[in-house]
Design a protein around this ligand. Structure first.
Ligand SMILES: Nc1ncnc2c1ncn2[C@@H]1O[C@H](COP(=O)(O)OP(=O)(O)OP(=O)(O)O)[C@@H](O)[C@H]1O
Length: 332
């Protein structure tokens, strides 16, 4: 049974319009007019227990708004949401104990207190028995390599250590569903990698379900088998990462190493451009994009027509594919 269900979910924000100048300010005060921003439009998906799903979209696509509806922070304008069997907006205690929301740009730990104090307060708030809370802190400290860090005021921790302590606070009550909004935001490469590694291990050990947004594709490729893409509030893809490449990148990059030196690169460019879009000719190396549906035939023909020392076919990098998807033209 699905642990997250979103059916025809929409969110409209009414935003007051204010004209510039004094007249505009007075009008705004007495006769306020509004326009609607459709942040999320008719989005439906289901997520099964234990899945790690990447939730992707360009800035302003509606990711945070969707996460807020899934966690009950805001009410959907229309549609149905169910998470772990609950209607999130009711914010029932049983629901709040089953989920957690981590926003990379917001923190819940108190700045001047040691993280341990905030964690103990969280333990009390969630009604976790003291012994269980101590054990859980010990377990998470080890998984997050935070030994010796929890007794220092939070402000003295590095950004990466602080993010890990935030994750610890968010996971103390052992939630079944983790909503993570940019959990690696601002971290350096090592910090990102260690948070990522922790999340992978946590998912494997506990079977928790994770819905994750990130602008770092390395997070998504390392953690998520499945991605959901939204663009301008609408769901445009729900499936595997591999499937995303198949669907939105109908080409492969073919790299050729010619046997003989190239005397006339311009002539070579003309000859080779009938097989695909030439990206670069450098010395005896040629890179070109070839349509996926004609790849085998095209490569065979190239091997007949040219003397080739080496030939490799690669998929375009996922960042590039997503970048293309996020430009309006690629979606149309
Ligand atoms: N409280 C609000 N009132 C009015 N408009 C809002 C509000 N919150 C978000 N929006 C608008 O709704 C749209 C979706 O915003 P949202 O924050 O959900 O996008 P996002 O995909 O999370 O973007 P980002 O990656 O930049 O965080 C944007 O156009 C945004 O300006």
């Amino acid at each position: 049974m699905s642990i997250i269900v979103a059916e025809h979910l929409s969110k409209v924000y009414p935003v007051a319009i204010k004209e510039p100048g004094l007249k505009g300010t007075l009008n705004h005060f007495f006769h306020r007019t509004y326009r609607n921003i459709e942040a999320v439009k008719d989005v439906s998906f289901q997520i099964q227990p234990g899945e790690v799903v990447g939730f992707l979209g360009p800035n302003g696509a509606g990711k945070t708004t969707t996460l807020k509806m899934l966690t009950g922070l805001i009410h959907p304008s229309t549609g149905l949401v169910k998470v772990a069997g609950h209607v999130p907006f009711k914010r029932q205690e049983a629901f709040l104990k089953k989920i957690t929301l981590v926003m990379g740009q917001k923190q819940q730990l108190l700045w001047d207190l040691p993280a341990l104090d905030s964690l103990r307060i969280n333990g009390v708030v969630y009604g976790i028995p003291e012994k269980e809370c101590r054990e859980r802190i010990g377990q998470l400290t080890e998984m997050l390599s935070l030994q010796g860090k929890l007794n220092q005021p939070v402000r003295k921790l590095s950004l990466g250590e602080r993010m890990k302590a935030e994750l610890m606070a968010a996971l103390l009550h052992n939630p079944d569903v983790l909503f993570l909004d940019e959990p690696t935001l601002g971290l350096d490469v090592n910090g990102q990698a260690s948070v990522r590694e922790f999340l992978r291990e946590y998912n494997q050990r506990t079977g928790a379900t994770i819905l994750l947004t990130s602008h770092y594709m390395a997070d998504i490729t390392a953690l998520c088998d499945r991605v959901i893409l939204i663009y301008a509030g609408q769901l445009i893809y729900d499936g595997s990462l591999d499937g995303l490449v198949e669907r939105f990148a109908p080409y492969r990059e073919v790299q050729l190493e010619l046997t003989n030196p190239v005397s006339d690169p311009e002539k070579l460019r003309q000859q080779i451009s009938k097989y695909g879009e030439v990206e670069e000719i450098a010395g005896q190396s040629v890179r070109l994009l070839v349509r996926r549906d004609t790849l085998t035939a095209t490569v065979s023909q190239i091997l007949i027509d040219f003397e080739i020392l080496d030939l490799t076919v690669t998929e375009p990098p996922i960042e590039e594919v997503i970048g293309r998807v996020f430009t309006a033209g690629a979606i149309a």
